[in-house]
Ligand binder design. Structure first.
Ligand code: ASC
Length: 151
């Protein structure tokens, strides 16, 4: 059992950050990525409200939500396997797969900025948190502009 666990962890090391995904059904991938976006949005909304002054500033709540977003963001890419452009109702445009390199670059940008947001939030500096929030929101928007059809 130990040997198995060891070889499994070696396999995941070799596979690197990308989790090895066996063939998944398109509708399962669509549901998976929509769930992840729902959870990201759930946490992003209150941050936006705080930044806009629509909710009271709460640095600890901000940091917790930023932490969650930073953990969820790297889980998005595996939600876009080839062939999942159709299957269930999806707002992902065909361009996601047609312009895969650009989509990946934009996704990586979001992951990087979300991670930076969680890091900055640990420091509790309101101005810096607001600034980094705007940068992060910019990466959401730049991907949605080209790759998400208005639902
Ligand atoms: C949100 C939300 C998005 C992003 C984007 C940022 O709160 O639902 O899709 O922020 O609007 O520009």
């Amino acid at each position: 059992m130990r040997r198995l666990a060891l070889s499994l962890s070696l396999v995941s090391l070799v596979a690197g950050a990308a989790v090895a995904t066996a063939a998944v059904k398109p509708d399962a991938a669509i549901r998976y990525r929509q769930s992840a976006y729902t959870m990201i949005g759930w946490n992003f909304g209150p941050l936006a409200q705080m930044v806009k002054g629509e909710a009271p500033w709460d640095a600890a709540a901000f940091a917790l939500r930023a932490e969650r977003i930073a953990a969820l963001a790297p889980q998005l890419p595996e939600g876009f396997p080839a062939g999942s452009d159709t299957g269930a109702k999806t707002e992902a445009k065909a361009e996601v797969w047609k312009n895969a390199d650009d989509f990946k670059a934009k996704m990586d940008d979001f992951i990087t900025q979300a991670k930076a947001l969680a890091e900055v939030a640990k420091g509790g500096d309101e101005a810096k948190m607001k600034e980094q929030f705007k940068k992060t929101a910019g990466t959401c928007k730049s991907c949605h502009d080209g790759y998400r059809s208005k639902g």
